[in-house]
Design a protein around this ligand. Structure first.
Ligand SMILES: Nc1ncnc2c1ncn2[C@@H]1O[C@H](COP(=O)(O)OP(=O)(O)O)[C@@H](O)[C@H]1O
Ligand SMILES: Cc1ncsc1CCOP(=O)(O)O
Ligand SMILES: [Mg+2]
Length: 262
């Protein structure tokens, strides 16, 4: 696992351009900042080209878009392709809301993404697999998560991260797993959004998006796990504050020591 990408982020401080959602935008900006990259957000389509041009990666979050913002997301995605910038998408709640799935599927034909990061309900929906998603959460399903991640990667021609208690990462050929983390992530709205944008930071410093995706999942999950071990209780508010601290302080050595991969 290329955990050294963490040090490269901190050395290079790459700009990650995000279209965020109004719910978690502050956590996403601070998460990127804490890991060692440089966040920038925008809601103005007229500045799209300049934004993409100065960025080393682009992360598109579909968490709470309006119809006008879909045009913005489409433009930014196409510019990311044109400027050859790594492109990540987070298809929030596409497993629960048909309208969102339709929009996401259209966007995925408007431009080519490099990495999709979603929970099981979201990735199953994009793979066309039956699953009972619950709002922004993964929900329930009996499908094989490895097969779902792989099928989604093959269908969308990209790397897929299916996150959850175990993160399942696939490029359509191989499946890798990160078994670290803590259930406390589920008590913080925005954990997934933070991970998706941090995936952007890792993709900014590596041309190998499968490796970038794996390393991002490992660093984020281990950071949360270290916080949970120090916390000794179910404290969602404290967890989110200390997670931000840990993203800044966690070292390559700590991640390598704790890492449980498959
Ligand atoms: N039960 C769990 N145990 C350990 N880690 C978890 C658990 N649930 C989620 N995570 C971690 O939380 C982060 C966000 O993933 P997830 O909850 O799937 O995203 P979302 O918030 O979009 O649903 C990931 O790093 C994932 O590994
Ligand atoms: C609550 C909510 N509603 C629309 S987007 C959003 C945040 C989703 O964040 P995450 O998927 O990271 O938990
Ligand atoms: Mg999510």
């Amino acid at each position: 696992m290329q955990i050294e990408l963490l040090d490269q982020i901190r050395a290079q401080n790459p700009i990650v351009f995000n279209i965020s959602n109004f719910v978690t935008v502050q956590d996403v900006a601070n998460g990127i900042n804490s890991i060692g990259a440089s966040p920038i957000m925008s809601e103005e389509i007229a500045e799209s080209e300049e934004m993409v041009a100065i960025s080393s990666a682009v992360a598109l979050n579909l968490g709470a878009f309006t119809t006008a913002q879909v045009a913005h997301i489409k433009r930014v995605g196409q510019l990311a392709n044109q400027y050859k910038k790594p492109l990540v998408i987070d298809p929030v709640a596409v497993g629960a809301i048909k309208f969102r799935l339709d929009v996401a599927e259209q966007l995925l034909t408007d431009f080519q993404v490099d990495i999709i990061r979603g929970n099981a309900g979201e990735i199953a929906a994009l793979a066309g697999v039956d699953w009972q998603a619950k709002g922004i959460d993964a929900g329930e399903g009996s499908g094989d998560l490895d097969a779902i991640a792989k099928a989604c990667a093959l269908k969308q021609h990209c790397v897929v991260i299916l996150s959850g208690p175990t993160d399942v990462i696939s490029d359509g050929k191989t499946v890798a797993k990160v078994k670290n983390g803590t259930p406390l992530f589920q008590l913080h709205v925005g954990s997934g959004d933070m991970l998706s944008s941090i995936v952007g930071a890792f993709a900014a410093v590596s041309d190998n998006y499968f490796e970038a995706a794996k390393a991002a999942c490992a660093v984020f999950a281990v950071a949360g796990q270290l916080v949970a071990e120090e916390l000794g209780g179910e404290l969602p508010g404290t967890f989110s504050v200390k997670l931000m601290d840990k993203l800044h302080l966690v070292t390559r050595q700590q991640v390598e020591e704790k890492l449980r991969e498959a």
